[in-house]
Design a protein around this ligand. Structure first.
Ligand SMILES: *Cc1c(COP(=O)(O)O)cnc(C)c1O
Length: 484
């Protein structure tokens, strides 16, 4: 095996800026004052803030070194299942930074913002085309915010039918934000188990769906990386009882340009532009979670909405049935520019993104299924889920495997999620990894499995190549030590 990346070279011990400062050192030269000195009332300002005295180079080196401690998609493989940590082409960053976009003030009147409004309008059309829905709002700022918007639309719809309902069905493979969004909207979550194939069984839905249930939230492909192949039947059962179907589209990376989600019976769908559409994520935002809806739900979309008339664009609040405003202005603009640029630069090749993402995940699944236990042995979509059942006999756990990957320069995949797979190891390589890197990842995991058999203690000690070794995770959370 080749030398792992990210584990050689200088690892600098970085002191705090306060430990580096030296009294009187300055980061800039201030021109001589041409006004007389004045006394400062020390009672008002006290001793002043405790800033360290540093030169410019001290500060530049400090932050540049710290930035090299951060692992990201730009430094190495980051196969984080359920999160689509893929490479974001730099051209999309460049377009978002164009002065006309980056400096556009959100309070400018529509007549001075025609370019931005046109971009909103066109992006809505592109996302409508990709998903198969007639109407889109770009306002929500995250996937979970899209879910909340969707639940508010469910509520507004049922109110308009004369009977607000109280429950929402949530499959056991759902992301935790699904029940949270339903609860924020006042709905009680009713859990539904997935079947032995890892997907929803229409009979289980029929057993719990009633006329007090507002609808169901379905993630498709689901968080086991499996396509919900009964989605049409499930939607029919829910619709026949007057309910609605929410589609969690966070896993859109597997089906872009391939599945027309609008045709599968979904009524409201959110997308995570910061997963599939070229905005880097992982640091907690900002994000963007547009919602796409069917024609009968369009009137409930948040306001303002972009309206075009004779080639002129305005933002209109004139939609009396709207659920109202759910974000400042019209969403997180920079992210929308990136998504627009991404879709424009790929065109019809967007479908290839999904084809490669699915191919890569299946390649990993097939290459590793003799090495790690594969609870659902069937073709997967963009991610595959293994667990540590085969390593259990050597007292090696998923956590040990994940930590050992760090020693090998790979960010660990998502672990212990989804909850339906005990000890889950959820791998999403995405379309952006090349075959050589995927093969190296597979070889690394095979070598770790061999270590588990031959010298499990090495795994219990991992990571050893990092600056910070194995942490007591409880203590680290309770008493964080933030010194380098
Ligand atoms: C990421 C994710 C979400 C939540 O999206 P955020 O933008 O993080 O709020 C919801 N569902 C699934 C399946 C996800 O992977």
């Amino acid at each position: 095996m080749k030398e792992p990346i990210g584990t050689t070279g200088l690892i600098l011990n970085e002191p705090l800026l306060w430990e580096k400062g030296s009294p009187g050192r300055m980061g800039m030269s201030i021109p001589a004052s041409d006004v007389p000195d004045a006394e400062i009332d020390s009672e008002l300002v006290g001793d002043g803030p405790d800033f360290p005295d540093l030169g410019e180079l001290d500060v530049v080196r400090h932050y540049t070194r710290l930035s090299t401690w951060n692992f990201g998609v730009d430094t190495g493989m980051y196969p984080l299942g359920s999160c689509t940590m893929k490479y974001n082409p730099k051209t999309n960053e460049r377009q978002a930074a164009l002065p006309g976009f980056a400096n556009a003030h959100p309070l400018l009147p529509p007549e001075l913002s025609q370019g931005a409004l046109k971009l909103y309008s066109q992006l809505q059309q592109y996302l409508a085309e990709v998903t198969g829905f007639p109407a889109v709002s770009l306002q929500p700022a995250a996937g979970s915010h899209g879910e909340l918007t969707g639940m508010m639309i469910f509520h507004a719809y049922h109110l308009s039918q004369g009977k607000p309902r109280t429950k929402v069905l949530i499959p056991d493979t759902a992301h935790g934000t699904n029940p949270a969004s339903a609860a924020l909207c006042g709905y009680k979550s009713i859990p539904v188990k997935s079947n032995a194939q890892g997907v929803l069984d229409p009979a289980d839905i029929a057993a719990v769906m009633d006329e007090d249930t507002a609808g169901i939230m379905v993630t498709n492909p689901n968080t086991l990386g499996l396509f919900e192949d009964h989605i049409g039947e499930v939607a029919d059962i829910v619709h026949n009882k007057g309910g609605l179907v929410y589609g969690d589209g966070a896993n859109m990376n597997a089906i872009m340009g391939i599945v027309n989600v609008g045709c599968t019976g979904v009524d409201v769908l959110h997308l995570n532009l910061h997963k599939s559409f070229s905005t880097p994520h992982g640091g907690g935002g900002p994000g963007s979670g547009p919602v796409c809806v069917t024609e009968r739900l369009e009137r409930f979309l948040p306001v303002p909405r972009v309206v075009e008339q004779d080639g002129q664009y305005t933002l209109s609040d004139d939609f009396p049935d709207s659920i109202g405003k759910i974000h400042a202005f019209y969403g997180n603009f920079g992210i929308l520019v990136r998504a627009y640029s991404y879709i424009r630069s790929l065109g019809a090749d967007l479908r290839k993104v999904s084809q490669y993402a699915v191919l890569n995940a299946n390649y990993i699944k097939e290459s590793l299924k003799d090495t790690f236990h594969l609870p659902y042995d069937r073709p997967c979509m963009h991610e595959c889920v293994f667990n540590d059942a085969k390593q259990e006999t050597f007292s090696v756990t998923t956590l040990d495997i994940a930590k050992r990957l760090i020693d090998n320069g790979v960010h660990p995949p998502t672990i212990y999620f989804p909850l339906v797979v005990p000890g889950a190891l959820m791998i999403e390589p995405t379309e952006s990894e090349c075959k050589e890197d995927i093969d190296r990842f597979i070889d690394t995991l095979k070598a770790i499995a061999a270590e588990a058999r031959e010298k499990p203690d090495a795994l219990h000690a991992a990571p050893v190549n990092t600056k910070v070794k194995r942490l007591d995770e409880t203590l680290a959370a309770r008493k964080p030590c933030l010194r380098g």
